[in-house]
Design a protein. Structure first.
Length: 247
């Protein structure tokens, strides 16, 4: 089933539709420079007209993809490509000063974490996707050191705590989240002179909590107003002027 932009947060993230790792041609069509799968499926119905997408065969599946141009913040196809607005930025957690967001360097691990080393694995590139959703921009975030990878939100196996985690992976590959924009497009906004990194819907925010170095998702539907654990200090504060205010 298709998911329209602005769907409820839980529906948007949990209605994966299909596992993108099973679609053989998906990986090549998704990158921080341009996303081509809108998140819609046309295996049983035509693509919704608002997506402006083509129905494309990918392995066993038929997906709503952009034949030309790239997917925008509204999950529809646009003629423009993504624009890099920042490169090599680092993010220091406000609650836990001196600890920077970073990608794992151990094989087999994907969940983002924090550490005190401000090296190449703690630097990220920020790409703005075309258009807006509900008047706000959306972004693709990628580790500077790993140009084929992007940051994603995925379900966690945690029984107690957040059911969401922030991970690093190659879009659509085994072990990553589905290549749906709902998992891969980020809300990046400013608050209190800092930034928050949220999911596609702006309802889940990357945060660090006591007793763990791993990055999970703060769910505003459950825990309400995010704390400063969800806020990050930019090493380049000039970027703040380009970001939307957190609503």
């Amino acid at each position: 089933a298709s998911m329209q932009a602005g769907a409820a947060p839980r529906q948007a993230l949990r209605a994966d539709g299909l596992n993108a790792s099973m679609a053989t041609d998906l990986v090549e069509g998704q990158s921080r420079q341009c996303w081509t799968w809108t998140g819609g499926s046309c295996s049983w119905n035509w693509c919704d007209s608002w997506r402006k997408a083509d129905c494309t065969a990918s392995g066993w599946f038929h997906l709503c993809t952009c034949g030309s141009g790239c997917v925008g913040a509204d999950s529809a196809c646009h003629t423009q490509r993504n624009v890099r607005v920042a490169g090599g930025i680092s993010l220091e957690n406000v609650r836990f000063g001196g600890y920077y967001l970073r990608v794992p360097t151990t094989w087999g691990f994907t969940q983002l974490r924090v550490g005190t080393d401000l090296d190449d694995y703690a630097k990220f590139d920020l790409w703005e996707v075309p258009g807006t959703m509900s008047g706000q921009k959306r972004y693709v975030i990628g580790p500077t050191q790993l140009p084929d990878n992007t940051l994603e939100f995925a379900t966690s196996s945690s029984i107690i705590g957040s059911p969401w985690k922030a991970i690093d992976g190659k879009p659509g590959s085994w072990g990553s989240a589905p290549a749906d924009p709902a998992h891969n497009f980020w809300t990046v906004c400013k608050v209190n002179g800092h930034v928050r990194l949220g999911d596609f819907t702006g309802a889940i925010w990357a945060y660090i909590h006591h007793g763990s170095w791993l990055a999970y998702g703060w769910n505003v539907e459950v825990w309400r107003t995010p704390s400063d654990e969800t806020e990050w200090i930019l090493t380049d504060s000039s970027l703040l002027g380009q970001l939307d205010d957190c609503s």
